[in-house]
Design a protein around this ligand. Structure first.
Ligand SMILES: *Cc1c(COP(=O)(O)O)cnc(C)c1O
Length: 235
């Protein structure tokens, strides 16, 4: 069933769209099934769960961390994670920088680079419970910070966001457009002027099972899909 679901989702994705299979709360056997069907990128939201799965699943899996990340958990992710989607504060960046140094040789051995790749999470939805930078806040932060001095071991790869949990396509579009607008403001402003170009800062991670087709129309090139592949989660 997972294989068929994966194939059905893949058939709807343009060539240049990266699929993150969101496997949180699903057992390792289900991830193995997706792996056997060719999937290599998996999204998890809790460090404990990621660790347990990493221990029993093939080592060429690329783990993406997509959940809210507390600073005290960063060190546990360092040996395993290839991309952190959910970086939502300055403090978290400082902690990732600290731990990137501590885990440099371990990460070099597994990933061929000691730098830690991150996406910056934007808060564009209506719900206050969601985390992320406000677009203005992020633009100000990156304008006022000497990026390569403060975070030399972090590779800034793009933006991540989530639309509101409403059944309203027009609302999703509006929110996705504000992610794209912020992306262009960053590229045309503080990033390019600090030597980070759109080759490096190229990932636009938005779109989930219900809204990913709209997300792709609005410019997403990485979608995070769980339910349509693995079915409903039992929390
Ligand atoms: C759970 C989750 C997803 C996947 O959601 P589905 O609706 O199951 O596709 C995507 N992104 C984030 C950040 C999530 O926490």
């Amino acid at each position: 069933m997972i294989k068929e679901n994966l194939e059905a989702v893949r058939a709807t994705l343009p060539q240049n769209t990266t699929l993150v299979a969101v496997s949180k709360f699903h057992p390792a056997e289900m991830l193995q099934e997706a792996y056997d069907a060719g999937q290599r990128i998996f999204g998890e939201s809790r460090e404990n769960e990621l660790k347990q799965k990493d221990a029993v699943l093939p080592h060429d899996i690329q783990w993406h961390f997509i959940g809210h990340l507390q600073t005290n958990k960063v060190k546990y992710l360092m040996p395993m994670v290839s991309l952190i989607h959910s970086v939502d504060s300055e403090r978290l960046l400082d902690e990732i920088q600290r731990q990137a140094l501590r885990f440099a040789s371990e990460r070099m051995a597994r990933f061929g680079t000691s730098k830690v790749s991150v996406l910056l999470q934007l808060h564009v939805a209506q719900e206050e419970t969601k985390s992320g930078f406000a677009p203005e806040e992020l633009i100000n932060l990156l304008s006022q910070t000497h990026i390569s001095e403060r975070w030399p071991n972090i590779e800034f790869r793009g933006l991540m966001g989530m639309a509101s949990f409403v059944d309203d396509e027009a609302q999703w579009r509006k929110e996705f457009r504000s992610i794209m607008a912020c992306y262009h403001d960053l590229i045309n402003g503080p990033l390019t002027s600090q030597g980070i170009d759109k080759e490096q800062f190229s990932i636009l991670s938005f779109g989930m099972s219900t809204d990913y087709q709209v997300a792709i129309e609005e410019g997403a090139n990485m979608v995070r899909i769980g339910t349509s592949i693995f079915g409903e989660r039992i929390y």
